[in-house]
Design a protein around this ligand. Sequence first.
Ligand code: C2E
Ligand code: CA
Ligand code: CA
Ligand code: CA
Length: 287
Amino acid sequence: AKQRGKGNWVRYADGMERSVFADAQVGGDLRRALDAGEFRLVYQPLVDLAERRLVGVEALVRWQHPERGLVSPAEFIPAAERTGLIVPLGRFVLRETCRQAAAWLAEFGPDALGKAGPNVSVRQLHDPDFVADVRAALHDSGLPADRLVLELTESAVLRGKQVSRVLQEVHAMGVRLALDDFGTGESSLSLLRAFPVALVKLDKSFVDGIELGEPGTAATTARQAVARAVVQLADALGLDTIAEGIENEEQARRLLRLGYTVGQGYHLGRPMEAAQITTLLAQQCRI
Ligand code: C2E
Ligand code: CA
Ligand code: CA
Ligand code: CA
């Protein structure tokens, strides 16, 4: 059932159908929050697995709600997508990521931080202003296009002429496209051909438990086989890879041995405030 929380927030139990009325309410709440500046970004390190250097960041949005505290994106991104609020919210995320990445680039130089990646919802790609928004975010921040990586979740909706044209235009600007949660969708392989992807992110579900079992023996798990197949495919196609959701050292080592050079996960660095990334970059520059 639906429960009414503080601040007119409406929450759903699994399986409950959504009412238009409730979505309108949530949409209004998200709009108010955006106008009030309650959304902010945290950044999770992308780490070179051999050298353990920061080579990039993924930008992740957080909602600092006045009464509910920090709200996870899993709780509001779906509602933002349904109500269309993801378009202005995504625009904020894009602009803020570019602004912050350009500031790091200016302070620490081009070798310090490779890339910054915001997540982009398919719904944003259907917005007629998306290409102009990306261009403006780059222009206004001064961030070189090749420093920006847009993380797109593979989904059947990524097909279609309109989306494909938008992605080609963004690609033509020099912006890079990453396929997020790679291997979980139904059409991973065909998507690699369908649009100009530069990077695939191996989903956490293939990293979980990858450290169990001996490599190269009968005990080698299906996950290791998938992880190996993905990196080999990426290499053959000239794509970069990132292994997501690395939670312990043995996973990091195993993935490095399988051919992954860059990883992300709580073991390598939790999502953190921009200031903490700045500290990491400052430490790295002194080495
Ligand atoms: P994602 O894009 O797959 O992002 C990775 C999620 O996994 C993040 O959760 C991150 O905190 C979490 N994570 C990273 N390393 C580990 C680990 O080692 N173990 C575990 N258990 N989790 C790990 P977060 O920040 O809660 O974001 C959840 C999802 O919300 C994201 O999944 C993404 O799909 C979406 N999201 C976040 N920010 C945005 C945004 O600005 N725009 C859009 N459209 N979606 C966003
Ligand atoms: Ca992502
Ligand atoms: Ca992911
Ligand atoms: Ca995910």
